[in-house]
Design a protein around this ligand. Sequence first.
Ligand code: HEM
Length: 178
Amino acid sequence: MERQTDERPGTYARRRAHFAILFFLLLAVGLFAWNPDTLYLWIKALHIIAVISWMAGLFYMPRLFIYHTDAEPGSVQSETFKVMEQRLLKVIMNPAMMISWILGLYLAWSVYDFQGGWLHAKIGLVVLMTVVHVVFSRAVKAFARDENRHSARYWRFMNEAPTLLMIAIVILVVVKPF
Ligand code: HEM
């Protein structure tokens, strides 16, 4: 019987992800070509969709690391976590992060001309969020080689970083306090 950890479902997941990214990009290109009065709002909606997908991955990944740390290297559980981590990173988090950056920079340029204390602070915090993404991405590779050196407690602590950054970023962009 075929399992989700087999190669074939992985290939289907990758294909579906590529199709979704292509659809997303064609939608953005179509909107630019059509150039409706509401283009800014459309791009903002796509930005928020991408950001939600990126955040979902950043919240879930350290939870997987916590359970993976407890699994015996070479065990069925450990191999299953490897597949889950790699698919989450490649199929959801990497594309969502790239689309969030591209559309966010367009929003920052087109209306705000990269001006405003709140915008500079927000971009600074999103850079930190990207650093967290890179730390998780390296950890996925370390876990794949059975070379994770961090404890479950460390991953529980790292779990808080994207949450705190997300709260500060949303307040900055919605309230624009300075
Ligand atoms: C990747 C780099 C990013 C850049 C350059 C960027 C920039 C921007 C800009 C300029 C806006 C438009 C603000 C407005 O029209 O009032 C916006 C909207 C928004 N961004 Fe980002 N953003 C980025 C990533 C993120 C992240 C990581 C989050 C959440 C954790 C986020 C959450 C939001 C939300 C919720 C809005 C809608 C705000 C509103 O309409 O009131 N963004 N972003």
